[in-house]
Design a protein around this ligand. Structure first.
Ligand code: 3PG
Ligand code: MG
Length: 402
């Protein structure tokens, strides 16, 4: 599924209008962007087109608006301003509607070296529906379609699939970010050097079932932390106190533990936890072994687990990590996630390939200031998980083969 796609660098863009699907779905607080990683990540593709005399039309979604027209809270205007700052050149933002006459006219009037960002695609319901008429409107007047929206690659939205289809025999290529993400989350994992270690965390085992089943037999060790570990420990007959457990998943978790063992993968579960009586910051904490007393909940892996996980990670040649080890947003429950992050940095320094899925795990490692010290931090949370579980990625299938 990760066979090579034709890329933007392989085609002549001189004087051509390139429609680039980016993922500018960035977090906003009171109208201000709090993390512009996804905008910065799209710049290599944009710059490559501009340097070669092309015209760049960008399209993206932001959040989940109703799909009934413009909503100020979901406008991409802050993204246009931030991109202009990074590029050091103006970014046109012509209209409240990505396909109205003003937007069409702005695209038609572009010169080589111009950049235009269209307004939020999801102001039209047609985007989520994959509507062909909407897609044809976006594709009209466009010479080349380029997909660089890895964060959205698990979606079959119109801009991801139907627009590429509407291009007919005009080129549809992968951007540099998409190419890089596929190289790490596809190729590097498919042909992983051993020992190959996966670390999964986060709250729910149900979100990661498919991933666990796919990784069983593929990885040498599967480390599980985060609240999802409690469902597995409960299946093994341990008491988990007030910890988060998916009661309806315990049986399934038990079967999965057997499958992982039968596949020859070493399942590494936490052996101790940092606990408190509630999740509020500032409560007294205590460390317990894998059987927790009834009045506490586990909020992070404990020191013995951190040390064991770090040891397994440091011995690896390939590491993929998706999901934090505890409630890392609330210190001191960040310690386990920090310890794993530090071990990944050490493994990277020793020559291992280390890959971080997006979402919370990416936010955590960036927050620790370690994002540049691992091989790759993905810009896609849901998309990287879908890659790991081998799920369908229709947006990749419609791109031209290399
Ligand atoms: C994301 O952040 O998960 C992507 O931008 C896709 O957004 P969505 O989950 O709303 O489809
Ligand atoms: Mg999402």
């Amino acid at each position: 599924m990760t066979s090579a796609r034709r890329t933007i660098d392989q085609i002549d863009v001189t004087d051509r209008t390139v429609l680039v699907r980016v993922d500018f779905n960035v977090p906003l607080k009171d109208g201000a962007i709090t993390d512009d990683t996804r905008i910065r990540a799209a710049i290599p593709t944009i710059q490559s087109i501009l340097d070669r005399g092309g015209k760049v039309v960008l399209m993206s979604h932001l959040g989940r608006p109703a799909g009934t027209g413009f909503e100020a809270a979901f406008s991409l205007a802050p993204a246009a301003a931030r991109l202009a700052e990074h590029l050091g050149r103006p970014v046109g933002f012509p209209s409240h509607d990505c396909i109205d006459d003003a937007a069409k006219a702005a695209v038609a009037a572009m010169n080589a070296g111009d950049v235009v960002l269209l307004e939020n695609l999801r102001f039209h319901k047609a985007e989520k529906k994959g509507d062909a008429t909407f897609a044809a409107a976006l594709a009209s007047g466009i010479d080349i379609y380029c997909n660089d929206a890895f964060g959205t690659a698990h979606r079959a939205d119109a801009s991801m699939v139907a627009v590429a289809e509407a291009m007919g025999d005009r080129p549809r290529v992968a951007g540099r970010l998409l190419e890089k993400e596929l190289q790490y989350l596809g190729t590097a994992i498919e042909s992983a050097e051993r020992p190959f270690v996966a670390i999964l965390g986060g709250a729910k085992v149900s979100d990661k079932l498919k991933t666990i089943r796919r990784l069983a037999g593929t990885v040498d060790s599967l480390i599980v932390g985060g609240a999802m570990a409690f469902t597995l420990l409960k299946a093994r007959g341990h008491t988990v106190g007030k910890s988060l457990v998916e009661a309806d998943m315990v049986e399934e978790a038990g079967r999965m533990i057997e499958e992982v063992a039968a596949a020859g993968t070493d399942l590494v579960l936490p052996s101790d936890f940092v606990c408190a009586t509630g999740i509020e910051a500032g409560l007294p904490t205590s460390v317990h072994g894998e059987d927790l007393p009834g009045d506490v909940m586990g909020l992070d892996i404990g020191p013995a687990s951190s040390a064991r996980f770090a040891e397994v990670v440091r011995a690896a040649r390939t590491v993929v990590w998706n999901g934090p080890m505890g409630l890392f947003e609330v210190p001191p429950y960040d310690a386990g996630t920090r310890a794993v992050a530090a071990a990944l940095v050490q493994a990277t320094e020793a020559g291992a390939t280390t890959i971080i899925g997006g979402g919370d795990t990416a936010a955590a490692i960036q927050g620790f200031g370690l994002g540049t010290k691992v091989s790759h931090v993905s810009t896609g949370g849901g998309a990287s998980l879908t890659m790991l579980e081998g799920g369908p990625m229709p947006a990749l299938d419609v791109l031209d083969r290399a």
